[in-house]
Design a protein around this ligand. Structure first.
Ligand code: ZN
Ligand code: ZN
Length: 154
């Protein structure tokens, strides 16, 4: 059977063929079977991770980064809840400190989502998009009351 391979898959296969007698660059014991798409090291079956084409170390790194981002997301969510309560007070609703806080939370969330999109942090993306909707709603309310200018006051 002839299998036609293109793009990434082909490159991957060529690398495997060329290095098929090489040792794993992680454990240095077993014969390498594939290559990690992140660090480009040759890895054996035992050094593979649950995630396809990532080595154990890159997988762990990805997980710990994702955990850290989860904490940032928790913070954004917590602050969003505080802001949502505060806007029920007319004085707070008209306060520019609250507005600046909501804007900075929104920027923080946008950065987080951009990275999550690139790194494929599924959990962050799903939760983040829901929070984004609520945060947008909050911003619209604040900006409508305070005037739509996002620029700081002179
Ligand atoms: Zn190995
Ligand atoms: Zn790796």
């Amino acid at each position: 059977m002839i299998v036609y391979l293109t793009g990434k898959r082909l490159k991957q296969t060529l690398v495997i063929v060329v290095f098929s007698m090489e040792k794993c660059e992680l454990c240095g014991k077993k014969t390498a079977k594939t290559i990690c798409i992140k660090c480009r090291r040759l890895i054996c079956e035992s050094c593979e991770s649950p995630e396809a084409m990532l080595c154990k170390e890159c997988y762990e790194f990805k997980r710990s980064l994702e955990d850290q981002r989860e904490l940032v997301l928790n913070y954004i969510e917590k602050m969003l809840n505080v802001c949502s309560l505060k806007i029920q007070n007319q004085l707070c609703l008209r306060c520019n400190v609250l507005r600046e806080l909501a804007i900075s939370l929104y920027k923080m969330l946008r950065d987080l989502l951009e990275e999550a999109n690139k790194e494929l942090f599924e959990g962050i993306l799903n939760r983040g998009k829901k929070i984004e909707k609520e945060l947008k709603r909050l911003l619209v309310i604040i900006l409508t009351v305070q005037g739509l200018s996002i620029a700081p006051e002179p």
